[in-house]
Design a protein around this ligand. Sequence first.
Ligand SMILES: [Zn+2]
Ligand SMILES: [Zn+2]
Length: 138
Amino acid sequence: MPTSPSPGKPADERIRCPHDAAYMEKISAGRVTLDHCARCGRVWCDPYELAVASADRKTADTVDYGTAGHDYDNTMHNPGQLHCPRDGAPLIKVPDPRQPHVIIDICRTCGGVLLDAGELKDLSELTLAERLKGLFKK
Ligand SMILES: [Zn+2]
Ligand SMILES: [Zn+2]
C-alpha cells in the first residue's frame, strides 16, 4: 500500500518486521536511524541509511542484536517469502559472494536491505555499499 506523506501531519513511520511482523523501533546508530526489530534482531536499512551506516564502522557496533539475537537459530524458522515493509515487494535472497554464510534479503523496488542479527556487523567490515551496488546491477 503506497503511503503519501501529508504535510503537517506526522505519520507513524514505524514499519513491521518482514520476518515476524513485530513493529520495528527506530534506533539511533551513529549518524543514521535504522529500523530494528527487538524480537529477532533484524535490521531494516533504507538505501541511504545503508550507505551511511556502512561507511561508519562504529555504527554496526552500536546496534544490538535484540533479545533473541544471540541464540537465534535461523534454521529453526521457515517463514516463507518475506516482503518489503515499505512497498510489499518480495524480498530476494542474495548470498554474499565473499561471505557465503551471509544471506542478504534485498528489495529491488526501493533498494532496502533486511539484515539478520549480526549481519550488519559482519558486512560493515567490508565495503558493503559498493558490493550491494553490484548486486542491484544484475
Ligand atoms: Zn523481527
Ligand atoms: Zn522495497
